[in-house]
Design a protein around this ligand. Structure first.
Ligand code: ADP
Ligand code: MG
Length: 683
């Protein structure tokens, strides 16, 4: 059997299964073997029946002691078997699999893997996977691979196919990493890695195999990003800054820039004066003042005759930028236009023509800016705010609207530095690492729902002193889960009873853009005291007078969302508070709350976030515009990542485009990968 053979050469694959595999992009034996497990389960450890505890997953070796029983309860079919070893016996129970009543054999010893639950004061094993016990088992009594599969395909069948393929292919997987790198980083050969990633001989083989495959996956991506960056920065820009006097805009801002802001502005202006195309990421924690930085850079670009586009992920945020920057730039004689989905009809047409004839210098908007009907006269700078909310495609389309405009992307997602280098490997990075002066830390508390009376009193007191409050709910309307607070009915309840007398407004994503805008403006100018909202306000909203961020069902939110939400308060002079309300006592929720209460620092929070994310949670790489990884986990593989970085940089310094003969195999692999669907991983 060859690697290039079609999968149906394997004995267990008929037309239907072949089709299912096709849906998973597996058509050849090679692709089958390169379909890596998403996780593993250690079933090498077995447990005696008298040692089982409730709510855990176990593997037990046990004999079926009596003929399995079949029962019907309403529409449910239940098969129950008493299984026992020399320490005791329990029930194993399966639902809606009536055939098991006849296929499970009394007197036979099986290995069962499943979770224990307690019913009628007795433990039972729910829906266990099972297999006749033998020491050569693929599914039990060893470290067992788990794959992400199409619904129709079971883990057991798929493991069987993989095992068949491994035993029957004589052909080896070719090596494509340069020998020098294999030696230097002690990586095992590709053939060993691919075969051992499925059914490792032992733990050592598994670690070797995995490390090698993670290394190669990250290296291929990193290499691509560095090559792209190399290509881009080699490009000469049509748009060069000659005059970089930004004192008028700095004066108009009304505050002194922090050193970190100054440094970032300088870095960007240097890029744009150099004659090359700027490609820069600004990373700064919530509230660090990215908007002011963007404003200054936009101002300089406009003064030098460029058109500038600023793209925000939501209408609400685009409007906010338009209001603030519109005022600022109005004073400076620069024309600003807004382009969102709510600019319609004649107004929209006239914005289009102003953009096309160049009479507008700064366009602020949502992804409406990248629609086909928008033509810029001389787009020289593109700024995307809250970059992590955009797909790369969108960023790219905007880029294509101009003739290689400078790009500046801004994000508040504080990601650990090593990660930033991978995620944004094609960009230069500036970090705004301090907050404007006078900010007090935000006091954060985690409380249970028994605190409501006190919380409502606290809100009333703060409002009486002139403050304002956000209350965040996880859902818009009441649904199946009763304990979840919804914006609509909780908002009603608050204004009718608990907070009657205060001005309470509700805001959520299903509302019309104009309506959202009105509500937000009323909150921004202080008419509304309390804004009950979903996380639509998570990104970018800036109302310096707000001083309480109360988050309902706080266990429903991830750590970085909590941090983003908290960043909506503490933006002005008022002492501010963040209150996390939850009755959930599970470990992860508790640890998140602890991290929040302990620190206001985005980087600390992101490191914690990384620690707390369980296996299989791949950091939402989609959000960042990267392909999902087959095997690497950016959170857990940071050590390998560092090595990859080092290796790739060294390689690129010598041979960026992989022209040397020792790098030929790698070059081929790269063109195989990036000529197809992944062409657009990054700008
Ligand atoms: P983010 O980085 O989260 O986008 P913003 O740009 O919204 O932060 O700024 C947060 C608040 O801080 C705004 O109200 C802004 O006017 C204010 N601000 C920004 N820079 C400074 C500064 N250097 N001194 C004082 N206030 C500042
Ligand atoms: Mg912002």
């Amino acid at each position: 059997m060859k690697l290039s053979d079609r999968v149906d050469i394997l004995s267990n694959i008929g037309p239907a299964r072949k089709k299912t595999l096709e849906e998973m992009s597996v058509t050849t034996v090679k692709e089958l073997l390169e379909y890596f497990p998403r996780d593993y389960e250690d079933r090498s450890l077995t447990t005696k029946i008298n040692e089982l505890e409730e709510g855990e997953k176990y593997t037990v070796i046990a004999k079926i002691q009596a003929k399995p029983k079949l029962a019907r309860v309403n529409s449910l079919v239940i098969v129950t078997a008493v299984i026992g070893d020399n320490t005791g016996a329990i029930n194993a129970v399966w639902f809606n699999q009536s055939y098991l009543a006849s296929s499970l054999k009394q007197g036979e010893v099986y290995a069962f893997t499943g979770k224990t639950t307690e019913r009628y004061n007795r433990l039972q094993l729910d829906n266990p996977e099972f297999e006749i016990y033998s020491s050569y088992s693929l599914n039990i009594g060893r470290i067992v691979p788990i794959y992400s599969l199409a619904k129709k395909l079971s883990q057991k069948i798929f493991r069987g196919l993989i095992n068949d393929a491994i035993t029957n292919t004589k052909q080896e997987f070719e090596e494509f990493l340069p020998k020098k790198i294999l030696d230097e980083y002690r990586l095992c050969p590709r053939n060993f890695a691919v075969k051992n990633i499925h059914f490792p001989e032992d733990k050592d083989a598994f670690f070797k195999a995995r490390r090698r495959l993670v290394f190669e996956e990250l290296m291929l991506l990193q290499l691509r990003l560095i090559q792209l960056k190399g290509d881009i920065t080699e490009q000469r820009s049509k748009f060069k800054l000659d005059d970089v006097d930004c004192s008028p805009v700095c004066k108009a801002l009304g505050f002194t820039l922090t050193d970190a802001q100054k440094k970032t502005v300088d870095e960007a202006l240097n890029d744009m004066s150099s004659g090359k195309v700027m490609n820069r990421l600004i990373q700064g924690d919530v509230g660090s003042g990215k908007t002011a930085v963007a404003a200054i850079i936009a101002y300089c670009a406009a003064k030098n005759g460029m058109q500038v586009a600023i793209m925000a992920p939501t209408d609400v945020l685009a409007n906010q930028h338009f209001n603030n920057l519109g005022k600022l730039f109005g004073k400076l004689g620069i024309n600003v236009a807004l382009l969102t989905s709510s600019v319609k009809g004649q107004a929209r047409k006239s914005v289009y023509s102003d953009i096309e004839n160049g009479s507008v210098s700064l366009v602020i908007g949502t992804h409406a800016i990248i629609q086909e009907s928008v033509h810029f006269k001389k787009l020289g700078l593109v700024i995307t705010d809250e970059q992590h909310r955009f797909g790369v495609k969108q960023r790219e389309s905007l880029f294509l609207k101009g003739e290689r405009p400078h790009t500046l992307v801004m994000t508040a997602t504080p990601i650990p530095r090593t990660l930033a280098l991978v995620l944004y490997g094609d960009l230069d990075i500036s970090v705004i690492d301090s907050l404007p002066p006078g900010r007090q830390s935000i006091d954060t508390f985690a409380v249970g729902t028994d605190y409501y009376p006190r919380l409502y009193d606290f809100i009333k007191k703060q409002v009486a002193q002139g403050g304002q409050c956000y209350i965040i709910c996880p859902v818009i309307e009441d649904g199946n889960l009763k304990e979840l607070k919804s914006v609509v009915s909780y908002g009603e309840e608050l204004s009718q009873s608990h907070l009657s007398g205060l001005n309470v407004a509700v805001l959520h994503g299903k509302m019309k853009a104009e309506q959202k805008q009105e509500i937000l403006e009323s909150f921004a100018c202080g008419k509304t005291d309390v804004l009950v909202s979903t996380t639509v306000i998570e990104v970018g909203i800036d109302v310096p007078n707000a001083c309480i961020m109360l988050i309902e069902n706080a266990d429903r939110f991830g750590l970085s969302a909590l941090h983003q939400l908290r960043g909506r308060v503490g933006r002005g002079k008022r002492k501010s508070y963040c209150i996390l309300v939850s009755d959930k006592k599970n470990k992860v929720a508790k640890q998140r709350f602890n991290a929040m209460c302990k620190s206001n620092d985005g980087f600390y929070i992101s490191e914690k976030d990384m620690e707390l994310r369980g296996p299989g949670d791949f950091f939402g790489t989609r959000q960042h515009g990267l392909p999902d990884f087959k095997i690497a986990n950016l959170y857990r593989d940071t050590e390998i990542l560092k090595q990859v970085q080092q290796a790739t940089l060294a390689l690129c310094k010598k041979d960026l485009h992989l022209e040397n003969s020792e790098n030929r195999a790698l070059k081929e692999k790269m063109s195989e990968l990036y000529s197809k669907e992944n062409k657009d991983i990054c700008l």
